[in-house]
Design a protein around this ligand. Structure first.
Ligand code: AMP
Ligand code: MN
Ligand code: MN
Ligand code: MN
Length: 284
């Protein structure tokens, strides 16, 4: 049993992407809730890492530079965490630039589709909510809630932003292999985020994990957000079968969603190698 897992959280978001807390406030909240090793993994940006690290010194917590890359695989999307990357690495700088362009283009198209559905002016609104950080669908969802168009973010995704929504757009995210290569070139470890989110059949999941490992992927999330015990066991089984490490992360965005709260969560089964065993950082 990995005794340290209870104080490790390797998947979190701040205001530089779609989280509600600043990097500093996130670090403080994590420290208060018992986290001793935290990775900041904002969507397609490492812009919050410097501030998080400065705060970590006084908060008595170790902060790992991370990112959650938006990538594509077999006509679908995937999220891959890059843990312990060098934010100054050329591949990270280039990836951030390219992904920011894709997000900008996508935001324009989402706003266009929303306008066609009679909801005007959402690009400006979403941009304002993003506050200079990456524009995500979460910002559009928050805007639709603020305007009273949708009753909840879940409803905004269902009706407008999700795969079957009126304002859904397909984005040509970079290929999974390319994203993994960027992470590795920046000295990081690539971890497949929330493996159950992609709703793949068993055979496609096998293919994905085979290709992920072959491309240099290091691990998959086993304990993630609100994953139940059986869900964690499924992910642990995949890790073992494909020779991948396991990771643990809340996917924290906001104090309002308790299932993604920062803090101690399930430990990995003893048979699964923890991804942090391959990292230089140690819990403070
Ligand atoms: P994006 O990276 O811009 O495509 O936005 C994806 C983000 O939207 C995810 O990281 C979640 O934070 C959020 N999200 C996705 N689906 C939902 C949903 N059904 N309800 C609420 N938030 C969601
Ligand atoms: Mn998010
Ligand atoms: Mn994700
Ligand atoms: Mn995430």
């Amino acid at each position: 049993m990995s005794e340290a897992a209870g104080c490790i959280d390797l998947h979190t978001h701040s205001t530089v992407s779609d989280g509600m807390l600043s990097p500093q406030a996130l670090v403080r909240r994590a420290a208060t809730r018992g986290v001793r090793l935290l990775a900041l993994t904002d969507h397609d940006t490492t812009a919050g890492v410097g501030a998080a690290r400065r705060e970590a010194e006084s908060a008595g917590i170790a902060v790992v530079a991370g990112v959650e890359l938006s990538l594509s695989w077999s006509q679908g999307w995937l999220h891959v965490l890059g843990l312990e990357i060098d934010p100054a690495a050329g591949t990270v700088r280039a990836a951030e630039g390219r992904l920011a362009c894709l997000r900008e283009e996508r935001a324009v198209r989402i706003a266009g589709k929303l306008a066609k559905a009679g909801i005007e002016g959402t690009l400006e609104g979403a941009r304002q909510l993003a506050g200079g950080g990456q524009i995500t669908r979460t910002h559009f969802a928050r805007l639709l809630c603020e305007r009273g168009v949708s009753a909840s973010q879940g409803e905004a995704f269902k009706r407008y932003l999700g795969r079957r929504g009126k304002a859904h757009v397909t984005t040509p995210w970079p290929a999974m292999e390319e994203g993994i290569a960027w992470i590795r070139a920046a000295g990081g470890l690539a971890v497949l985020a929330h493996p159950l989110a992609y709703r793949l059949t068993a055979s496609r999941m096998r293919r994905l994990l085979t290709e992920f490992a072959a491309a240099g992927g290091e691990g998959i999330e086993v304990a993630c957000g609100g994953y139940s015990r059986p869900m964690q066991q499924t992910c642990a089984g995949w890790a073992l079968r494909h020779g991948l490490c396991g990771s643990v992360g809340s996917d924290f965005h906001s104090p309002d969603t308790p299932w993604n709260e920062l803090g101690p969560r399930a430990v990995l089964p003893p048979s699964v190698e923890p991804v942090w065993a391959r990292m230089a950082a140690r819990p403070a």
